[in-house]
Design a binder for this molecule. Structure first.
Ligand code: SF4
Ligand code: SF4
Length: 401
């Protein structure tokens, strides 16, 4: 089924010079210099050139000065500026990635951790530099059937794109095992790509390394064409973002949903299976890709409310005003750079809010957040224990064994 959820970006192959010839590019010139973008940016105070100043420099023909500064490396692609811009300028979708790409080119040295990640992703198809042959290894621990497309040899209803953190890292695999359990319990006709899958490339795009992104897109598109399926799901908020917003420029026209959307759609069927009471107070963190960028606020909350015994409480900043975990736009691999610049980790800012709610569980919908928040909780003092769980993990726990 072909479902286009976003108006297609008209900026494929655009450069900062040609951008202003596109309608979206020309919209940049309608900026009223209100400063809302700079004010709402979680790292605005650390940027020499927040979005308002970038546009000012672009108008004055001085954009090269922006590229030479490392200011844009502080952008974690949180979509706050874009969501709140009164002129509807697609800052995080279009302008900022182009500025980032040029920033990387103009720096005397790219932060080592980021460079290694980009190299790994190009060479191995995943940021951690693992062998592609190990990508499907987690399946052996799933305790339920996880069909692989190349083996089922028939069309399936749902292609589940597992993604890197949830395929390779132990803590991410908890999410995959939980998702497999839920899909089986709901009788979903699904399969995964297994070792044929490579990173969707969202962070390559938003750091912006367009060549890397296009290499991954071309590869994944060829794999999709080998198989027949009706919709694609993924539990990775960044991959969801890539498939929904970027891949349509390369011919992708499948329906795509985050896993939690599919689960919320089947909530009536799921509820009777949630038999184990979880006496947790839960606070939910809206990820930038799903919340601000896709407007998915209600589905994860509906899933959490369906868990018997769970009580949902909100952090001060929630839904559209949620604070980024700091992992987007390459931030996942820039913590050392941020520390050198004296910047507070956003994940620490966020867990302080979570702790203040008195919750036992910080629930998330993006695999990056598991690592970022679990790390932050190690260094932020808190009297009462707090655990981080993907919504799918909590649902699977509530199903019992
Ligand atoms: S919020 Fe929009 S209109 Fe206001 S300064 Fe930023 S880009 Fe310009
Ligand atoms: S996307 Fe987020 S971090 Fe980047 S400039 Fe906009 S508000 Fe700041």
């Amino acid at each position: 089924m072909a479902v286009m959820l976003e108006p297609e970006l008209e900026t494929k192959g655009a450069t900062i010079e040609t951008l202003l010839q596109t309608p979206e590019g020309r919209r940049i010139l309608t900026c009223i210099q209100c400063g809302t973008c700079a004010g709402t940016c979680p790292y605005g105070e650390y940027m020499d050139f927040p979005p308002r100043r970038i546009i000012n420099m672009l108008r004055r023909g001085r954009i090269e000065e922006v590229f030479k500064s490392d200011s844009m490396l502080r952008c974690v692609a949180c979509y706050a500026c874009m969501t709140k811009c009164p002129r509807g300028i697609r800052l995080s979708d279009i302008l900022l990635p182009l500025v980032k790409e040029q920033t990387l080119i103009h720096q005397p040295a790219i932060p080592a951790e980021l460079q290694k990640t980009l190299q790994n992703t190009l060479r191995y198809g995943n940021p951690m530099g693992e062998s592609s042959r190990k990508r499907v290894a987690w399946k052996a621990t799933a305790r339920v059937p996880v069909p692989v497309m190349a083996e089922v040899k028939r069309p399936v209803d749902v292609l589940w794109f597992v993604e890197c953190y949830t395929a390779y890292y132990g803590r991410g695999q908890d999410n995959s095992r939980a998702t497999a359990k839920l899909l089986n319990a709901l009788g979903v006709d699904f399969a995964i790509l297994g070792n044929e899958e490579k990173c969707a490339g969202d962070c390559g795009q938003l750091t912006w390394e367009s060549g890397l992104f296009e290499t991954l897109t071309d590869y994944n598109m060829e794999i999709f064409k080998k198989y027949r399926f009706n919709r694609l799901i993924t539990g990775d908020a960044h991959a969801y973002n890539a498939f929904r917003i970027r891949y349509p420029m390369y011919g992708f026209d499948y329906r795509v949903d985050h896993t939690h959307m599919l689960l919320a759609e089947k909530l009536d069927q799921l509820k009777p299976k949630l038999t184990k009471k979880l006496n947790y107070t839960v606070t939910y963190h809206d990820s930038c890709c799903l919340g601000r960028r896709a407007g998915m606020y209600d589905e994860p909350r509906a899933l959490l409310r369906a868990i018997p015994g769970a009580k949902l409480v909100e952090m001060t900043h929630n839904r559209m005003n949620s604070i980024c975990c700091g992992g987007g736009g390459g931030g996942m691999w820039l913590d050392t750079f941020f520390k050198e610049k004296g910047m507070e980790r956003l994940s620490e800012r966020r867990v302080k809010e979570a702790i203040a709610t008195g919750a036992d569980v910080l629930a998330v919908s993006c695999p990056y957040e598991i690592y970022r928040f679990e790390d932050a909780l190690k260094v932020i003092p808190h009297d009462k224990p707090m655990i981080v769980r993907d919504v799918a993990e909590l649902l699977a726990e509530s199903m019992g064994d």
